[in-house]
Design a protein around this ligand. Structure first.
Ligand code: NAG
Ligand code: NAG
Ligand code: NAG
Length: 439
């Protein structure tokens, strides 16, 4: 299954850890509360994602193009797609590495995954000059030169190097995403633990053409435990995704079924809201999908919030929302619209992943839509961190004294070295010395 047993076990351990830890993108488990749920890490000062204010970034000529290998992948390399309930993740099997790009070590690619949103133009974790993108791809690489496993690397400074790609909507499908998009429906139920295999391709295929134009900063994982072990790269050039492809992503995360509070709405507007949701997620003509979706809502509702279900919740449409109740429930918690206050037990906002959104003036359909598929963490404070830029702005003087030596541009020797041992070969030692000098 995995390149070797220890990596496999550690990757599994990571999954188990993050999946058993109870967190999500909404309500009391949402990003606003991660700092309370995981105070040792998610409350740190170097968290990700961030907004990149391009004017404040600092040009660093030492940040050159990446080396990405193997390209093409070695025979026997595989990609496995699964839905872990928080994201669609593709685990790599085989040897995939990135180096250079201002990284001082060689990093081994473990997996890539996506963050997206439901509302138009929201969904990316990083934002450029305050503007989010509809979806963001993260390629997660671990320092295989200094550490023996991703589990070890994930908690160490410089242990991970994550490459972040933002997307913009295009008319045409992005052919690179097609094999993945084509299997998404097969993995839509995270509980079934389905792994779909797709052909392995070079990671270069997921980088923008101008892979030498990027932003660089020190940050964290964007999901709990939020370890501050990540050297971040966010590329300047965006990749493309068609509306149709984005649509498929938006359908694969389970609705949470958490409270949706809304001042009592008349029946017909509820059905209209439901219809709008079906249209939005592209199942308006598919009765089977609608039934499945409704069952899912009911199931989640029963699981999570049965105590606050209204009496007439047997109607499927009714379960799309809960009447706002101003009673104090049998569990002793008051249920009322989100007030924006933290630190007490009353926080039934379905939209905590979405800064600036207020339940009070959102339409019901908007609330349900947002509840469906957001899986991005809002931007975190920079706290004085510097964001570097690999390319000069127009008219920015370039210091010609800065000579950058590549560690290696090709696939072969270095990758073998990285794969087989830590610093065994003289080649690697030279690479480290060169890297050290560059710092
Ligand atoms: C990241 O942190 C390390 C260690 O503190 C520092 O040497 C490096 O310059 C930082 N990189 C960036 C991009 O800020
Ligand atoms: C609950 O609120 C409704 C209006 O929102 C009001 O008519 C009703 O009296 C309230 N019930 C209680 C118990 O406060
Ligand atoms: C919703 O309310 C917030 C403040 O409560 C306000 O900033 C925002 O503009 C409102 N949005 C709409 C669409 O009315």
């Amino acid at each position: 299954m995995f390149p070797n047993a220890s990596i496999g076990i550690l990757i599994l351990a990571l999954f188990v850890t993050t999946e058993s830890a109870d967190w999500g993108y909404e309500n009391e488990k949402g990003p606003d509360h991660w700092a309370d749920l995981f105070p040792e890490a998610c409350a740190g000062a170097k968290q990700s994602p961030i907004n990149i204010n391009t004017e404040d970034t600092v040009y660093n000529p030492a940040l050159k193009d990446f080396s990405v290998f193997f390209d093409p992948p070695l025979p026997g390399s595989k990609f496995y797609v699964h839905n872990n309930g928080h994201t669609i993740q593709v685990n790599t099997e085989g040897k995939f590495f990135v180096s250079n790009g201002g990284l001082t070590d060689i990093y081994s690619t473990a997996q890539f995954h996506f963050h997206w949103g439901h509302k138009a133009h929201h969904g990316s974790e990083h934002t450029l000059d305050g503007a989010p993108s509809p979806i963001e791809l993260h390629i997660v690489n671990w320092n295989s030169q200094l550490y023996n496993s991703i589990g070890e690397a994930a908690v160490e400074p410089n242990g991970l190097a994550v490459l972040g790609m933002l997307f913009e909507i295009s008319e045409e499908d992005n052919p690179v995403l097609e094999p993945l998009v084509n299997v998404l429906m097969h993995v839509r139920d995270p509980d079934m633990k389905i792994k779909a295999e797709i052909p392995a391709v070079s990671m270069r295929a997921f980088l923008p053409r101008a892979a030498d134009r990027y932003y660089r900063y020190n940050g964290s994982l964007t999901t709990p435990g939020c370890f501050e072990s990540v050297v971040w790269t966010v590329f300047h050039e965006k990749l493309t995704i068609s509306r149709r492809q984005l649509h498929v992503f938006r359908q694969v995360l389970k609705p949470s079924g958490h409270h949706v509070h809304k001042r009592s709405t008349r029946k017909h507007s509820r059905s209209r809201a439901v219809r709008e949701v079906f249209e939005e997620i592209g199942i308006e003509d598919d009765k089977r999908e609608q039934a499945r979706f409704r069952r899912q809502i009911v199931k989640n509702t029963e699981t999570h919030v049965h105590e606050s279900l209204p009496e007439d919740a047997t109607s499927h449409e009714e379960t799309m929302e809960h009447h706002e109740s101003n009673h104090t429930g049998s569990h002793g918690h008051e249920v009322k619209p989100h007030t924006g206050h933290h630190g007490h037990n009353v926080k039934p906002s379905p939209i905590s992943a979405h800064p600036g959104a207020h339940e009070s003036n959102m339409t019901h359909a908007e609330q349900v839509r947002m509840m469906l598929v957001n899986n991005y963490r809002p931007v975190q404070p920079l706290n004085g961190r510097v964001v570097y830029r690999s390319f000069p702005f127009f008219n920015e003087p370039i210091n010609i004294d800065t000579e950058v030596v590549y560690i290696d541009k090709d696939n072969s020797e270095l990758a073998r070295g990285a794969a087989t041992s830590l610093v065994s070969s003289a080649y690697m030692c030279i690479a480290i010395i060169v890297a050290a000098v560059l710092c």
